[in-house]
Design a binder for this molecule. Structure first.
Ligand code: NAI
Length: 334
C-alpha cells in the first residue's frame, strides 16, 4: 500500500520505515494542505497530526484514500462526514499520556508552591536572595481533582505519594478506586470550598464549558491554587483574573488557555484574510495573566514527552497494521 505521513519528525522516520517494510512510505514534515495534497493523490493510507485540516476539498483530491490514522486522540481536524460518505475509515490513539499529563500537572503545582519559576528568574541574574520565595508543603494539604478519568486517577496516585488528602468530583464515580486510593467524591461546591489545590481533568464539552466561572469562583477556598492542563474553555478567563486580583486564588498553573490558538497567531489577527473570529477581550485577559508572577503558563505542552510521543507512534503503526490485515482497531468513524 501507499502510505503518507505528514507533520512527521526525523526521529520517527526509521521507526515507521522498519514497521511498514514492504509498503511504499512517503514523509512530509509540513501539515497536509490543499497545495501539497496532489503529491499523494494515489495513496491509500494517510497519517496526520492535528495541524493537518483534512477537509472536504483535500479529501476530494485523494480518490484512493481508504484509511486515516491520526496521531492524536482528538479527530476534530478531520471531516468525519465526508470520510463516512466516501467509506474512509479513521483511527485515533485513544490513550497515550495519562502519566505524562499528570506529571506535568505536578510540575506546575511544584513550580508554584515552591516558587521555582521566580527562583530561576532570580538566580540567572546572579541574585541569590530568598525574600518572597517562601513556599508551602504539599504533605497534609488537600487536592481537589475534577475529573477522575485516566489522567485524574494518575494525579490522585501521585498526590498519595506526597501524602496529600484528595477530594474528587466527577459525573461518573468509581467507588472501588476511591476506596483503594482513600479519597472521597464530593459535590463541586464542596471541592472548591475545601481544596488547597484544584486541578481540572474533564473533557471540554457543552456541559463543562466555564465549569469554573464568575458564579462559583467565590466559593473557592481563599489562597488556593488552580491548575488547568485539560482545556482552556473549562475556566472563564474573566473569573480567573478577578479571583487572582481579589486574592481568592494565590496562583494558577495553566497549560491551556481560552483562545490559545490566537495567542500564537496574533500577528494574523489584523490581516483581512484571517478567517476566524476571536474574542479580543479574552485575548487581552490572557496577556494580563501572562504578566502575573503567580501565574505560570506552558504552551499546551503537557503531552509532549519522549515516551508519550513514542506511544502515539506505536499505536498509530498498530492501527495501520491492523487496517492492512482487514481487522481495523481504534476506529472512530464508520
Ligand atoms: P477521560 O475521558 O479518561 O476522563 C474524563 C473524566 O471526566 C471522566 O471520568 C468523566 O466521567 C469526567 N467528566 C466528563 N464530563 C464531566 C462533567 N460534566 N462533570 C464532571 N466530570 C465529567 O479523559 P482523560 O484522558 O483523563 O483526559 C482529560 C482531558 O485532558 C482531555 O479531555 C483533554 O481535554 C485533556 N488533555 C490535555 C492534554 C494536554 O497536552 N494539555 C493532553 C491530553 C489530554
Amino acid at each position: 500500500m501507499n502510505i503518507a505521513f505528514f507533520e512527521v519528525e526525523e526521529w520517527e522516520k526509521p521507526i515507521i520505515q522498519k514497521a511498514l517494510k514492504g509498503h511504499t512510505v512517503s514523509f512530509f514534515s509540513a501539515p497536509l494542505t490543499k497545495s501539497n495534497a496532489a503529491k499523494i493523490k494515489n495513496y491509500d493510507i494517510l497519517s496526520v497530526f492535528i495541524y493537518s485540516k483534512v477537509n472536504k476539498d483535500i479529501i476530494a483530491q485523494l480518490p484512493k484514500l481508504r484509511f486515516i490514522a491520526t496521531r492524536s486522540t482528538g479527530f476534530d481536524h478531520i471531516d468525519m462526514d465526508t470520510c463516512k460518505a466516501k467509506g474512509i475509515k479513521v483511527a485515533n490513539v485513544p490513550t497515550y499520556g495519562e502519566n505524562t499529563v499528570a506529571e506535568h500537572t505536578f510540575a506546575l503545582i511544584l513550580s508554584l508552591t515552591r516558587k521555582i519559576h521566580k527562583s530561576y528568574e532570580r538566580t540567572i541574574r546572579g541574585d541569590f536572595t530568598l525574600e518572597g520565595l517562601r513556599g508551602f508543603d504539599l504533605k497534609g494539604k488537600t487536592i481537589g481533582v475534577i475529573g477522575t478519568g485516566n489522567i485524574g486517577r494518575h494525579v490522585i496516585r501521585i498526590a498519595n505519594g506526597f501524602e496529600m488528602n484528595t477530594l474528587a468530583y466527577d459525573v461518573r464515580q468509581d467507588a472501588k478506586f476511591a476506596r483503594q486510593m482513600g479519597f472521597k467524591y464530593v459535590p463541586l461546591a464542596n471541592l472548591l470550598a475545601n481544596s488547597d489545590i484544584i486541578t481540572l481533568h474533564v473533557p471540554y464539552l457543552k456541559a463543562t464549558h466555564h465549569l469554573i466561572n464568575r458564579d462559583n469562583i467565590n466559593k473557592i477556598k481563599k489562597g488556593s491554587i488552580l491548575i488547568n492542563t485539560a482545556r482552556g474553555g473549562l475556566v472563564e478567563t474573566e473569573a480567573l483574573v478577578i479571583a487572582l486580583d481579589k486574592g481568592i486564588l494565590a496562583g494558577a498553573g495553566l497549560d491551556v488557555l481560552e483562545e490559545e490558538f490566537f495567542i500564537k497567531e496574533e500577528t494574523q489577527l489584523l490581516s483581512k484574510q484571517f478567517p476566524e473570529t476571536c474574542d479580543l477581550k479574552t485575548l487581552l485577559q490572557n496577556h494580563i495573566l501572562l504578566k502575573r508572577d503567580n501565574v505560570l503558563i506552558t504552551p499546551h505542552n503537557a503531552f509532549n514527552s519522549n515516551e508519550a510521543l513514542l506511544r502515539i507512534l506505536e499505536t498509530t503503526l498498530d492501527n495501520i497494521a491492523a487496517f492492512s490485515k482487514k481487522k481495523p482497531i481504534n476506529i472512530v468513524a464508520n
